[in-house]
Design a protein around this ligand. Structure first.
Ligand SMILES: Cc1cc2nc3c(=O)[nH]c(=O)nc-3n(C[C@H](O)[C@H](O)[C@H](O)COP(=O)(O)OP(=O)(O)OC[C@H]3O[C@@H](n4cnc5c(N)ncnc54)[C@H](O)[C@@H]3O)c2cc1C
Length: 409
């Protein structure tokens, strides 16, 4: 079957579906091909940063995110940690609405949000095909996307292909675009749990206990997305039978005011872990194809930026496509430049997170000293960008001098 569209988007995750919604509303003829017939919990992002909320508002999808079952506005951050009593941690809590535009952070189920956004794209007139075989893309002035569905081969001709096919992007590989990567410091696993009724729904927590860097992001109705990170050399720490329970046991922490609040929860999804890396590409477009979301390189999930990065990509790409008829490779040069610098600044933030949240006595002492410094000068924390985005602090905040000053603390 041969068909023609203005834009073909490969991948119907958050990147592809949010882009499709905007383009379809602008009156363009859009096809989305998505290989999954139903989205499942792959242990992906469920914490949307305040700056990501602003990007979602600009895309017109904030209301839709709020309407996803169990979506929850988190307004308070407490850094429960082995170096503090629970009272000390609570006394130093951050109230997001007073500090940051966006009102807070959002806890939201990832597969549910994917379904809602893809349905939204279809409602706005995008053609959505699910259960497709891996698509083959031919770049050029009139690019094509070839895929099979129900045993029938389809070739879609278009003016632009948007590669939104995630971390393992077959399109990125087929175009020969190199993916640069940092070395993993930690493995991070995540699990969705129900039944954390002794934990305030509006409160997230991040900190370290012993050799475990934990993150708790509540959703509504006693649900939470938990992440935990440990040294990358300990590859099989939570593998084998009973791994979910052993992972939850790690959350029975003396630094929590109610040590059992999280550990006694009930798993509501799989436990999956990955080595944590930042990745990036030097090039985000070739003639006829533009990369976005994880396919263009991802921010280290330890700082929870992927959804926000994706929504910003969607804003920048749809701005180009809707503003002009020039969809050539040079038209996406500004997007490429912005993304390269944005990802560099976010790499600074993730490196900062490792500096703050290290394991062992030296790292613990360093964490105490850094906390004292950030109490006086909150904007000197390298992880501020993970809340406000990469474009609020001045360039000097991401310089070698700024980094060396942190390392010297
Ligand atoms: C452990 C972990 C924790 C994370 N935590 C956070 C967090 O708290 N906050 C946050 O903001 N981000 C987080 N992230 C990152 C975030 O989940 C991702 O950055 C974001 O989901 C990227 O969206 P995407 O649409 O680019 O990619 P994906 O969600 O991977 O979507 C790609 C889609 O393309 C489809 N596809 C792939 N190949 C093809 C093909 N050939 N043909 C058709 N379809 C195809 C796939 O089925 C998929 O649906 C986390 C990531 C990990 C791994």
């Amino acid at each position: 079957m041969n068909e023609t569209f203005d834009v073909v988007i490969v991948g119907g995750g958050l990147a592809g579906s949010s882009t499709a919604s905007v383009l379809a509303q602008a009156g363009l003829d859009v096809l989305v091909v998505e290989r999954e017939t139903e989205f499942r919990d792959r242990v992906r992002g469920e914490w949307l940063a305040p700056w990501g909320i602003l990007e979602a508002e600009a895309l017109g999808i904030r209301g839709l995110i709020d309407s996803v079952a169990h979506a929850n506005l988190i307004t308070r951050h407490v850094g429960y940690d082995e170096t503090l009593t629970p009272d000390e941690a609570e006394a130093a809590a951050l109230d997001f609405p007073a500090l940051i535009p966006g009102g807070g952070c959002l806890g939201v189920g990832h597969p549910q949000l994917q379904e809602a956004l893809l349905a939204n794209a279809a409602e706005h007139g995008a053609t959505v095909r699910r259960g497709t075989s891996p698509a083959r893309v031919t770049p050029g002035n009139t690019p094509t996307v070839t895929y099979s569905l129900d045993g029938v081969e389809h070739t879609a001709t278009c003016r632009l292909v948007v590669a939104a096919d995630g971390r393992e992007s077959g399109i990125r590989r087929s175009l020969g675009i190199e993916l640069h990567s940092t070395e993993p410091h930690v493995i991070m696993a995540g699990i969705l749990v129900d039944g954390i009724h002794d934990w305030p729904a509006e409160q997230q927590a991040i900190g370290v206990e012993d050799d475990f860097h934990y993150l708790v992001f509540p959703q509504a109705d006693g649900r939470a997305r938990l992440y935990g990170a440990w040294d990358a050399s300990d590859k099989h720490r939570y593998s084998g039978d009973g791994r979910e329970q052993r992972f939850l046991e790690s959350f029975r922490m003396p630094c929590f005011p109610v040590p059992d609040a999280i550990a006694d929860a009930t798993p509501a999804g799989p436990l999956a872990g990955y080595p944590m890396t930042d990745t990036w590409t030097d090039q985000v477009a070739v003639d006829g194809v533009v990369l976005m979301g994880d396919s263009a390189g991802w921010s280290d999930p330890i700082i929870g930026q992927g959804m926000s990065v994706t929504f910003r990509d969607a804003n920048l790409i749809t701005d180009v496509i809707t503003a002009t008829d020039d969809w050539s490779m040079p038209a996406f040069a500004a997007y490429g430049d912005e993304r390269r610098e944005r990802m560099r600044r976010l790499r600074y933030a993730s490196a900062g997170s490792y500096l703050i949240n290290g394991f062992g006595p030296e790292a613990r002492a360093k964490r105490i000293r850094l906390r004292e410094k950030f109490a006086v000068d909150p904007m000197s924390s390298p992880t501020v960008s993970s809340l406000v985005g990469a474009w609020v602090l001045p360039e000097a905040a991401y310089s070698d001098d700024a980094w060396n000053a942190l390392v010297a603390v």
